[in-house]
Every structure is written in structure tokens, then in C-alpha cells.
Design a protein around this ligand. Structure first.
Ligand SMILES: Cc1cc2nc3c(=O)[nH]c(=O)nc-3n(C[C@H](O)[C@H](O)[C@H](O)COP(=O)(O)OP(=O)(O)OC[C@H]3O[C@@H](n4cnc5c(N)ncnc54)[C@H](O)[C@@H]3O)c2cc1C
Length: 198
């Protein structure tokens, strides 16, 4: 059984590593000839643009911006959850399956979770059941990754509320809560247990 992984990004490389650890051979096909900085639509912008955007903010922030030697802008894109990731012996993982906004810092993390579950499903399957292994992988991963996608999209508005009662209410909720414990389902997730429970 030969496994082809198209794309040597975080998801593809993590999948190759997990598969190799499981004793399976995987070849990574990467289109880029060399490593370089990623990001959609990276534009190098002068610090003065940023200074203008933060006029009236805390002086310490202004100092921080003034001290930066190099500033960049990234375009942020996400996609809505897909209805399926798998067709026969082909499946998606990482951003190709669930590109998301960065507000929970979960893009790469979800890709690595994908890779771990994919390798475990493949390891536990017989040589002729690649398609079933991929369907099982999708059944475990798609609901969780879709939830994180939608949650990250929701945070765009919540993180950028204009000053006012809604923003103050959010601020006091954050001050009262314990962000890590409240998000234990996200940050304390164990892909092996999720697979075992499926
Ligand atoms: C500025 C920035 C900050 C981020 N910060 C965080 C963070 O703090 N935490 C976090 O979890 N995530 C973060 N992310 C998101 C994270 O980088 C992505 O979610 C992650 O890289 C997705 O991994 P991937 O392997 O799916 O895709 P990618 O890393 O994009 O890799 C895809 C690879 O496929 C290759 N490829 C594309 N088409 C083909 C083809 N036809 N044939 C062969 N190869 C092909 C590309 O060249 C690329 O190497 C950040 C992203 C950006 C841009």
C-alpha cells in the first residue's frame, strides 16, 4: 500500500510522520521548490500605516509599533465547513479541509490532530480498506474541525466589539472566567480518545 500526500505543509508533514511511526510508507509531494514565508497576500507595510491606525491608543502600544523594524499585513480568509472531505481513496486534511480564521490559534493544531487521527485510522485498517479508513477519519475529525471553524469565525466579531455596553460585558465575562479551563474541550483534546469513543 502506497500513500501519497499532496502538500508538504504542517498538515502534510505531520501526516507523513504519524504514518511512518505507524509503520506505513508515505510520500510527500510538495510544489514549492524552497521554504519561504507563507501567508495569504502578505504585504510589507510601513510602520507609519500602523501608527495611523492606532492613533489615540495606549502610549505603550504606540511605542511598541515605533520600535518595530518591519511590519506586515496578512489577508485573512476562511471557508465554511464542508459537507464531506472524502471521495473514495482520497481525503482532505488541514487548511484544504477546514481553513479557519486565526482567533483561537487553531489552524495548524487542527491539521496536526487530523494527521494523528488519519494515521491511527489507517494503521488499524486492513490493506484493502483505505476507503473505509478515510471515512472513519472524516467521521472523527470533521465535526470537531467544523466546530472550531465556526467558533473562530464568531470570535472575529466578539474580539472587535466597539467600545460600549456589549464590549464591557464581554470584558467582565473574560475577567471572571478561566479561559483555559473554559476551553478545555478545545485545548485538552486527545485525538486517540476521540477515535476510541467513535
Ligand atoms: C500569519 C499566520 C499565522 C498563523 N498562526 C497560527 C497559530 O498561531 N496557530 C495555529 O495553529 N495556526 C496558525 N496559522 C495557521 C496555520 O499556519 C495553517 O492552518 C497551517 O499551516 C495549515 O497547514 P496545511 O498543511 O494544511 O497547509 P499549508 O501549511 O498551507 O501547506 C500546504 C502546502 O501544500 C503545498 N501545495 C499546494 N498546492 C499543491 C499542489 N498542487 N501540489 C503540491 N503541493 C501543493 C503548498 O506549497 C504548501 O506547502 C497561521 C497562519 C498564518 C498565515
Amino acid at each position: 500500500m502506497r500513500i501519497a500526500i499532496v502538500g508538504g505543509g504542517i498538515g502534510g508533514l505531520a501526516a507523513a510522520l504519524f504514518l511512518r511511526q505507524a509503520g506505513l510508507d508515505a510520500t510527500v509531494y510538495e510544489q514549492a521548490a524552497e521554504l519561504r514565508e507563507g501567508g495569504a497576500g502578505v504585504v510589507v507595510s510601513p510602520n507609519s500605516d500602523m501608527v495611523r491606525e492606532f492613533v489615540g491608543w495606549d502610549g505603550r502600544l504606540q511605542q511598541l509599533i515605533a520600535a518595530a523594524t518591519d511590519t506586515k499585513r496578512w489577508a485573512l480568509y476562511d471557508r465554511s465547513p464542508l459537507e464531506r472531505w472524502t471521495s473514495g481513496r482520497i481525503s482532505l486534511l488541514g487548511d484544504a479541509a477546514h481553513a479557519m480564521l486565526p482567533f483561537f490559534g487553531q489552524g495548524a493544531s487542527q491539521s496536526i490532530e487530523d494527521a494523528a487521527v488519519l494515521a491511527a485510522c489507517r494503521r488499524n485498517a486492513g490493506p484493502d480498506s483505505a476507503a473505509q479508513a478515510l471515512l472513519r477519519y472524516e467521521a472523527v475529525r470533521r465535526p470537531r474541525a467544523s466546530q472550531v471553524q465556526l467558533m473562530s469565525r464568531g470570535r472575529e466579531a466578539r474580539n472587535h466589539l466597539p467600545d460600549g455596553p456589549e464590549q464591557q460585558q464581554r470584558g467582565s465575562q473574560l475577567a471572571r472566567g478561566d479561559p483555559l479551563r473554559d476551553s478545555a474541550w478545545l485545548y485538552g483534546h486527545d485525538p486517540d480518545s476521540a477515535l476510541a469513543a467513535q
